[in-house]
Design a protein around this ligand. Structure first.
Ligand code: SF4
Length: 474
């Protein structure tokens, strides 16, 4: 989500006449878009701000902007500890970045603007209405929802992003259509809990006279009939986005296991553009730990949901997030996580050693923190299980010829190209002179825990996006 906000801030600045530069010495404005979900985010922010202070001392015209969820959480502290910061804005007013910068320029004063919540029906609050500088012209992130109504004990998101707020259906479709017109062929729908998309729209839009049939809000057949039980579902959105001409791939992140509905599985199965990949964060395999985390499901229920998804969607790859060392986690709890990971046969996992995020419930459980060396040892054992199932998943692709979206030269070996399959598996293969954004087929010949190797077979669809050419002064 933060990376997407960064693209939008860059887009706003570009629309205001700025150009991107890779060298901070050339910059008129430096924007730090913070993420307090990351470990040590505050230390890193103040370290970078210290470095920027010396730059600003030498060149006082440099403007420094701090945005993102750390700014949302620590607004006063940033203003106090770093008076050389010119603008502080939060997660709900990304769209105001250039206006706040102008205000600072006019007044010469530090400008701090933090909104407490997204404002209902103000479409500008979603990054949608804003210009965008996409990192890759052929893939696009599209925000469908901001905030989160859950209360996972380890997570700072509800505090810094506010309650769940779904974006009107029609606005999402319009943004995807605009992205397609720019040459985007793969979209990733973004939200903190995408499967509950539309829950708040029902309450907000139904009103006393039944559902609004305004074209920006109509979603799904039931919704359009005015049936009072209906609400726009994430499944409706998946089908609608997947049906837009020019879209070859639809991905989404992240669904919450407790809200994964049969309709979503059916929509994934019946919409050819929706990729056969499900990232379903499990977090733990211990019911006791899951309850302490307030996750709202048991290990058994998680595995049931996974079985339903695998039964409904053929050739589905599954990845997950897992935390080890949550406060109070015992060896027995950890064994249950290992068991869940083995049974789930994950194709990949982001594994984390728990670390407290100030402001969360779990950060207050310091009496029960797991010693770091114990947590690290648990992480190693969990990684071993995930690597085994991940390797087996990759090996199961050997001999198959699959569609790969080319990202460009491999970082390690520029004589090879890298890309991803529909299952989101990383593939490296020999080749040059193929433009990023091209779809090719590759026969899989080697497998490791992290990627596949293969041989190029044919080009199936050329890249169609425009390439951004940096402007250089003579
Ligand atoms: Fe955080 Fe839980 Fe909401 Fe995900 S579902 S954003 S982990 S509170």
């Amino acid at each position: 989500m933060n990376e997407h906000d960064s693209e939008r801030i860059a887009g706003l600045l570009e629309a205001d006449g700025y150009e991107l530069t890779a060298d901070e010495a050339d910059a008129d404005v430096v924007v730090l878009n913070t993420c307090c979900i990351r470990e040590n985010a505050d230390n890193r922010l103040y370290g970078t701000l210290g470095h920027l202070k010396s730059l600003k001392d030498r060149r006082p015209s440099l403007d420094i902007v701090v945005a993102g969820c750390l700014a949302q959480k620590d607004r006063d502290e940033i203003a106090r500890r770093a008076p050389h910061v010119d603008v502080v804005l939060g997660t709900h007013n990304v769209h105001r970045a250039t206006e706040l910068l102008s205000e600072h320029r006019e007044t010469g004063k530090q400008v701090v603007e933090i909104l407490e919540a997204t404002v209902a029906d103000d479409h500008e609050m979603f990054p949608s209405a804003l210009p965008v500088v996409r990192e890759a012209g052929y893939t696009g992130w599209v925000t469908i929802q901001v905030g989160c109504d859950n209360a996972c004990a380890f997570c700072i998101v509800p505090a810094v992003r506010g309650p769940e707020f779904s974006r009107p259906f029609g606005d999402i479709i319009s943004e995807v259509q605009r992205a397609v017109a720019d040459g985007v062929t793969e979209v990733t729908l973004l939200g903190q809990n995408v499967n509950s998309y539309g829950r708040d729209l029902t309450l907000r839009l139904r009103g006393e006279d039944g559902p609004s049939l305004d074209s920006t809000h109509v979603a799904g057949e039931l919704w359009a009939t005015g049936d009072p039980r209906a609400r726009p579902l994430f499944a409706d959105l998946l089908q609608a986005v997947g049906s837009i001409e020019g879209i070859r791939r639809v991905r989404y992140t992240s669904p919450h296991p407790k809200d994964l509905r049969p309709e979503t599985v059916a929509a994934m199965a019946s919409t050819p553009a929706v990729c056969e990949h499900l990232h379903l964060p499990a977090q733990s395999g211990s019911d006791r730990v899951l309850a302490a985390m307030h996750r709202g499901y048991t290990a058994e229920r998680y595995l049931e949901k996974l079985a339903i998804a695998r039964a409904g969607i053929s050739d589905l790859a599954v990845t997950t997030d897992l935390i080890v060392g949550f406060p109070g986690e015992t060896d027995a709890d950890h064994d249950q996580t290992l068991q869940l990971a083995a049974e789930a046969r994950f194709d990949g996992a982001y594994t984390f050693v728990y670390s407290p995020r100030p402001g969360t419930e779990a950060a207050e459980m310091s009496d029960h923190f797991v010693p770091h060396d114990v947590a690290v040892a648990r992480m190693e054992s969990l990684r071993a299980v995930v690597e085994r199932t991940s390797r087996l998943g990759h090996e199961s692709r050997l001999g198959l010829t699959e569609e790969v979206l080319v990202f460009g030269p491999s970082r390690r070996d520029p004589s090879r190209l890298s890309g991803r399959t529909r299952q989101n598996r990383l593939v490296h293969f020999a080749g040059t002179n193929i433009r990023p954004g091209t779809y090719v087929t590759v026969e899989m010949t080697t497998a490791t825990t992290t990627h596949l190797g293969g041989e190029l077979r044919e080009i199936v669809a050329p890249a169609i996006h425009r390439t951004r050419i940096p402007v250089a002064a003579e």
